[in-house]
Design a protein. Structure first.
Lengths: 318, 598
């Protein structure tokens, strides 16, 4: 198992470099030299050259053949990777703020929205799936499936707009926008839950029903175990692997934030920060969020595998 | 612990925590609570005047910092008046030396950066320090052009400072900026620069104390220490900024003179009252227009622009305010911005550019004229921009001396376009060998809907005369690089005027400014250059205005640009918002606004 974990941890390196390479290609190779944007419309060639030099934009993109072999890695991409692995995320070209400061300030607000959203969605998703499975093929099950399909079919933008208009603007039950107190989180979380719980319910219901047709359930039923006990003690336990996969893999996204919700409801989190960085071609911010996101994703993937051994002792990691 | 129980506990905990927290007092920034101006702000670069390049940054910086001069709020045409200067400067006969007397007794706000936390008096040396910061290449200010190339010794100083690694010593002398005593500032120029008075109203020229820059270091942008009408109370980037009245503000009062009609419009009702008229300003950083709209309708912000997608909801077909909004007492404003959008030709391009051969040159000119005549700008602004733009007829926008009402020489005329194309050697859009004429145009905004729609429109317009136009949508950085390096054939561009002087537009045609300078069209016309050099040293006069018109006509005759449109800003006001007068340079105007109790 230790060898497996080490192997999985080492896989972070090529995956993360690959992700950064793609991002670098889009932002630096296709996007062009950021020095032109930093220098602005009245810039002289000398100013552009100076900014390019100071920020390293005048270096070769991938390999420095000019000073081969001593400074072969004195190029933009290797330098970027070197800075990122040291968690030196540089400076935003838009705000001139340290990117690490921006990430630190954005993480809290993002987690304020995504954590309750995640937990409520999980609880509701699993709870309703159990209910649907327990009452399978009854009007309760069909009603829940119908609602979940309807919920999944409607864009979350529609929920956001309806909620902002009716609940906030017309009925004034919630603030339209802001991040002043926990009250301001209710509407975005509510909208997030409504938009997301349908998919969760459908997934967990399928998992539960798969389990309910297993031999051990039939055996338990034959032994006279009550349906409730079968569902909560046996089915839920055996359905843990897909649930764990779904849950643990979602955790990195708590950090990266909820893009739409943050943008519409004014949560100054990392989702909003990422959207603005993409919009402004603020490459250092994009590199940093991509880097952290990819690392978290790979790590939590590994954690999912490890969690399987806890959920099902028969599983061995090699 | 069984998973189900764990889930129940965790979720219940989250719900209870939220519910308990909501028992707290619900805070709202609704403007009726206190004498507060609430509005939507945006992406800005922080409170360092050297970075105040965009509209948002210039406005935020102007709440807390000030300069020697500012524009008279109510007067038109725009006229600089003293702000931190005691009076307008004494200008030497040769126009090379401007001597300002600084108002005594003006203090920076109290701040820990000063000994004892007490704001000290602002002196002339503070301006010298602040102006040098604008020129400091390490600070990467986009505003260095306001002094570089104009102020005596500035270029050498920049070279000297640029070579220094590490902290810059601003005590290194710069001949053009001299504080001869605490209240006298002398600016010496390398050549006459009548636009100096305008650029001194800009945010780049605002005064900052060296103590704050040194004390806060790279966090200075978060800690404004100025003399402005407000001081920063809190700022959460990407979310909200709050200002409160600066208790040590220097006693400026609301103006008592304006244009005819201002009194009747109620704009002089507050004449003589101490500024600012509101106690608090709150700005929200809202990016989704739907949210802005809900906030505006809910009365939480005093103004809202009208987004393209909401235009038909807010504005009737006769371009007046919709009855529903009129019923709410909401008022509409419509301001032409001092901005011209155009399509530029690269005059060095072998197909559309100028040529030393007179016949070829004439053919290429006719090709450019055909291009211009093929574009139906009226349909363009109606279809793409809901008539939120006005078709342009002069490169100089309305409201700036030099603009004329003469109709545009290349108004949409498909038949004429075809005829000009034939005269240019491309009958039916094909050259003498029968090959189709293919042109390439660049515009910024890759991936945006607006850019896509515009690209489709231009391609379709040229297709109608048989020309194959390929519009490349580029990232902004790549677009700037191509334009800067002259790697263009046709390019979309817009120029927002920096100060109310047409010279700011005409510099875009001056030969020595060719790529990589700001003359992205690489226009070369010795006669134009001669006139440009002449107007550079002329003060505002009817003679200079006549020259501006003549120079604009020269560029139109050569069809260097296809004039597209002047953007119109449509916006809405709440009924309780007062003292608003449209202004081309509105950044410091928050201090004049008033919020009626409601």
């Amino acid at each position: 198992m230790v060898a497996y974990i080490i192997r999985r941890l080492l896989s972070v390196i090529p995956i993360t470099i690959g992700v950064i390479l793609i991002t670098f290609f889009v932002f630096r190779v296709v996007g062009g030299n950021p020095a032109y944007r930093i220098a602005g419309k009245n810039a002289t060639p000398a100013r552009i050259a100076q900014i390019s030099h100071e920020r390293g934009y005048d270096k070769p993109l991938f390999v420095n053949f000019h000073e081969f072999p001593r400074h072969v890695f004195d190029a933009q991409f290797p330098q970027l990777v070197w800075h990122l692995v040291r968690f030196d995320f540089g400076q935003s070209i838009v705000t001139k703020e340290r990117v690490s400061t921006m990430l630190r300030e954005g993480a809290g607000p993002s987690l304020c929205v995504t954590t309750p959203l995640f937990l409520i969605e999980l609880f509701l998703g699993v709870g309703l799936a159990l209910l649907a499975a327990y009452y399978r093929n009854t009007w309760i099950d069909r009603g829940l499936v119908l609602l979940s399909v309807m919920g999944m079919s409607i864009s979350s933008l529609v929920y956001i707009m309806l909620a902002q208009y009716w609940l906030a603007s017309v009925w004034r039950l919630f603030p339209v926008w802001g991040f002043e107190s926990p009250c301001y989180l209710i509407l975005p979380v509510l909208v997030g839950v409504i938009a997301g719980v349908g998919g969760e319910l459908r997934f967990y219901r399928t998992v539960m029903l798969d389990e309910m047709y297993q031999d051990y359930v039939r055996t338990a039923r034959a032994k006279g175990v009550s349906s409730r006990t079968i569902l909560f003690r046996h089915v839920l336990r055996n359905a843990l692997i897909p649930i764990l996969t779904n849950v643990i893999i979602a955790i990195p996204f708590l950090y990266t934030g909820a893009l739409l919700l943050e943008n519409f409801f004014g949560i100054p989190g990392l989702g909003r920060l990422t959207v603005m960085a993409l919009f402004n071609f603020d490459d250092d911010v994009v590199f940093a969020t991509t880097f952290i996101g990819s690392i978290l994703f790979v790590l939590f993937n590994a954690l999912t595998d490890i969690a399987y051994t806890w959920a099902d002792p028969r599983i061995r990691l090699k | 612990m069984p998973l189900s129980r764990l889930l129940v506990l965790l979720s219940a905990g989250a719900i209870i925590a939220t519910a308990v927290s909501c028992g707290r007092v619900f805070t709202s920034d609704s403007a009726d609570e206190r004498n507060t101006l609430c509005r939507v702000g945006g992406d800005f670069k922080g409170f360092d005047p050297v970075d105040a390049v965009d509209v948002e940054s210039a406005r935020e910086v102007s709440y807390v910092y000030e300069g020697l001069l500012e524009y008279a709020y109510l007067e038109r045409p725009y006229r600089p008046v003293p702000r931190l200067a005691e009076a307008m400067p004494d200008v030497s006969v040769d126009g090379l030396t401007y001597t300002f007397t600084i108002k005594p007794g003006i203090h920076f706000i109290d701040d820990p950066c000063f000994p004892g936390g007490k704001g000290r008096e602002m002196v002339a040396a503070d301006f010298v320090y602040s102006f040098k910061r604008v020129l400091d290449p390490h600070l990467e200010s986009q505003g260095d052009w306001v002094f570089a190339g104009h102020v005596l010794g500035a270029d050498d100083w920049v070279k000297q400072i640029g070579a220094i690694k590490g902290p810059v010593d601003y005590s290194a002398p710069l001949a053009g900026f001299q504080a001869t005593d605490n209240y006298t500032l002398q600016i010496r120029l390398a050549k006459p620069y009548p636009q100096l008075l305008y650029v001194l109203t800009m945010s780049y020229a605002f005064v900052v104390p060296h103590e704050a820059v040194e004390f806060y270091g790279d966090q200075f942008r978060r800690h404004p220490v100025g003399t402005g009408p407000f001081r920063l109370k809190s700022w959460r980037p990407n979310y909200r900024i709050e200002y409160e009245r600066n208790p040590t503000f220097s006693g400026q009062t609301y103006p008592d003179t304006g244009e005819p009609g201002d009194r009747a419009a109620g704009l002089l009702a507050d004449a003589g009252k101490p500024l600012p008229l509101v106690d608090r300003v709150v700005e929200y950083d809202i990016r989704e227009f739907y949210t802005v709209w809900q906030m505006f309708l809910g009365g939480r912000i005093f103004t809202s622009l009208i987004n393209k997608d909401y235009f038909e909801k807010a504005i009737s077909s006769d371009l007046s305010l919709s009855p529903e909004l009129v019923k709410r007492g909401i008022r509409l404003y419509k301001i032409p911005t001092l901005d011209t959008e155009y399509l530029g030709f690269n005059m060095l391009d072998p197909v559309v550019g100028a040529s030393s051969d007179a016949v070829i040159n004439e053919h290429h000119k006719k090709l450019r004229q055909a291009f211009a005549s093929a574009i139906d700008v009226k349909t363009f602004v109606a279809v793409i921009f809901n008539n939120r733009y006005m078709p342009a007829n002069s490169l100089i926008p309305p409201g700036v001396a030099g603009h004329t009402d003469k109709p545009y020489a290349y108004e949409y005329n498909l038949e004429r376009a075809k005829q000009l194309l034939a005269e240019a050697g491309y009958p039916g859009g094909r050259d003498e060998h029968g090959n189709p004429l293919r042109l390439t145009m660049i515009l910024p905004g890759s991936g945006s809907t607006d850019a896509r729609q515009e690209a489709d429109f231009y391609e379709e317009a040229l297709r109608a005369v048989g020309v194959e136009l390929v519009v490349q949508q580029l990232s902004f950085a790549e677009y700037l690089r191509r334009e800067h390096d002259g790697e263009t054939q046709v390019f979309w561009a817009g120029w927002v005027i920096d100060y109310p002087d047409a010279q700011n537009f005409l510099q875009l045609f001056y030969g020595p400014n060719k790529c990589p300078g700001i003359n992205a069209s690489n226009y070369q016309n010795p006669e134009f250059d001669r006139l440009y050099e002449r107007i550079l040293t002329m003060a505002d006069s009817p003679e200079r205005t006549a020259l501006y018109e003549q120079m604009a006509d020269m560029t139109t005759a050569d069809c260097v640009w296809v004039l597209m449109a002047y953007p119109l800003e449509y916006g809405l006001f709440q009924p309780w918002f007062q003292n608003y007068k449209p202004h081309g340079f509105p950044y410091p105007n928050g201090k004049f606004y008033r919020v009626k109790p409601h």
